[in-house]
Design a protein around this ligand. Structure first.
Ligand code: NAD
Length: 315
């Protein structure tokens, strides 16, 4: 039977790519409810999905920061039946915390963390009743390992991961599945917006050394990291579909094998110093080594284009 899939944040990036990929599934296994906060931004999705619009895909309004909009959207779906929920909507924030307001930080937490909580408060009870459903969350490698000048963003994704780890135990009892998708850098609007905001940031509240570190080290390397390590939204969408179709979907799935060594550091040292040391050295002492490793990564990437295999999907 066709599975109803609700995806949040479909006006751009990973959400858009995933909605299109699932709507165009040759075996027509999905009915996609592609949602977005602002319906005025629906054109790129409409264009990409073409004649499938109204058949395998419908566009609906949903703001993850607005409980009523979630309720209205879910109520408009036949029998409120959502077999797969993809919590994708999110936003980034970079820079020294001295230069960010508490309100800006709260917006990030409200979108990335409470957005997921609001969705689940509305959708989880139905899934529990039916004893079926798959909750897929677009988290990040920054839900596992923090990175310089991403303090609040990483905190929001850690919150997501902690919440899901707790919920996963209960979900098992109700035969529900929960999967965290953890992309590394992805080249989307997100990356562009975050970078532009970083460039425009008023750094006057930070001391000189911090401001310099942000501008001349972090922002300088930012584009290079996305260019060498970055995946496309379509890549991440492909991984996500494989997880949705897997017979036994994993709780965690990293989409970028080039990034895995970084997150593995965390598990290699129970004291927690290893990843911090390595990131410190990469950022502050080994600019040349850093560039060299990026070049090496480019080479690896070129060689591993043939990508990944998660085994046989279920039919
Ligand atoms: P994106 O900016 O293209 O997409 C994010 C979408 O979320 C946008 O369409 C935006 O309008 C939407 N959104 C924001 N606030 C919303 C709200 N209140 N209600 C509904 N929608 C809202 O960027 P993306 O890279 O496709 O991001 C998708 C997800 O992937 C996010 O959760 C992000 O944290 C995660 N992610 C991104 C990267 C990356 O490098 N781009 C890496 C790891 C994880």
């Amino acid at each position: 039977a066709r599975r109803n899939v609700l995806i949040t944040g479909c006006s751009s990036g990973i959400g858009l790519a995933l909605a299109v990929k699932m709507a165009k599934d040759e075996q027509k296994r999905f009915k996609v409810y592609a949602t977005m906060r602002n319906l005025a931004k629906k054109e790129p999705l409409e264009e990409a999905v073409g004649r499938r619009l109204g058949r395998t895909l419908e566009i609906k309004q949903l703001d993850v920061c607005d409980e009523q909009s979630i309720k209205t959207c879910v109520n408009s779906i036949p029998d409120r039946r959502i077999d797969v929920l993809v919590s994708n909507a999110g936003m980034g924030l970079i820079g020294p915390i001295e230069c960010q307001t508490i309100d800006e930080m709260k917006t990030v937490m409200d979108t990335n963390f409470f957005g997921l909580v609001r969705l689940l408060k509305e959708i989880l009870p139905d899934m529990k009743k039916r004893k079926s459903g798959h909750i897929v969350i677009i988290s990040s490698v920054m839900g596992i390992q923090g990175i310089l000048f991403n303090d609040v963003y990483a905190a929001s994704k850690f919150a997501v991961e902690g919440f899901c780890e707790s919920l996963a135990i209960q979900a098992l009892k109700f035969k529900l599945q929960l999967s965290l998708i953890e992309p590394g850098p992805v080249v989307t609007e997100f990356e562009r917006k975050v970078f532009e905001d970083g460039m425009k940031m008023d750094l006057s509240a930070a001391d000189e050394e911090t401001a310099e570190m942000f501008t001349n080290i972090y922002l300088k390397n930012y584009k290079q990291i996305f260019q060498s390590l970055g995946q496309s939204a379509e890549d991440v969408a492909e991984h996500t579909v494989k997880i949705i179709l897997a017979e036994n979907p994993p709780f965690r799935h990293q989409t970028n094998t080039l990034y895995t060594p970084m997150t593995t550091l965390k598990y290699a040292d129970p004291n927690g110093d290893l990843p911090i040391d390595i990131f410190y050295k990469m950022v502050f002492h080994h600019d040349k080594i850093f560039s060299a490793s990026l070049n090496f990564i480019k080479l690896l990437r070129w060689r591993s284009r043939k990508s990944f295999d998660l085994g046989k999907p279920s039919q």
